[in-house]
Design a protein. Sequence first.
Length: 226
Amino acid sequence: MTTGALQILFEDNHLLAVVKPANLLVQGDSTGDPTLLEAARTYLKAEYAKPGNVYLGLVHRLDRPVSGVVLFARTSKAAARLSRQFREGTVRKIYLAVVEGGCEPPAGELVHYLASTGDARGVTRAALAAFPGSKLARLRYHVTDRAADRSRLEIELITGRRHQIRAQLALAGWPVWGDAKYGARPRASTAGIGLHAWRLGVVHPVSGEPVVLEASPPAEWPWPAT
């Protein structure tokens, strides 16, 4: 369902799942630019004629140039239970990526060590071996299609580190399409970079039933290759 600029994937008394467009912040930063969090609060306030502030718990994030599924909690109880699922690694997170060049081997697991914060340029350092302050980062991938200058991947994120997919793919030699921050060729596009949070699977924090959320890539997605 699309309400104004907000595309809603799932909604009940405890959860609100929406699609984040590329280049929109999830939450506020020093730029003061509009955010998905505020758009979702505005929707709830108008939809249910709520007076005063609207509670909406942020339990995970996507990088600004990344599009896809974002899940919010509508109660503090739901926020605490969802946060525990993310912290314990029981949430299933599947991404679609378009990367520069080919990927060999065509399937496997990447295991690296990532810094917990970005450098002066906002880039997350990644290395094959542990270094002071680093954390283990793991993802699984497989190639789903290829073109002359790019490949399309499906990625399962095992850990949840800052800029993890972008940093790991760049270290492997396959930077995400358009992700100039991590060494890819700059691309003029309103679609951000070739990384999309496609599917998110959680256990409902109240009913205990599985909830699987899925969002198609944006219209400007750099696939099929032209």
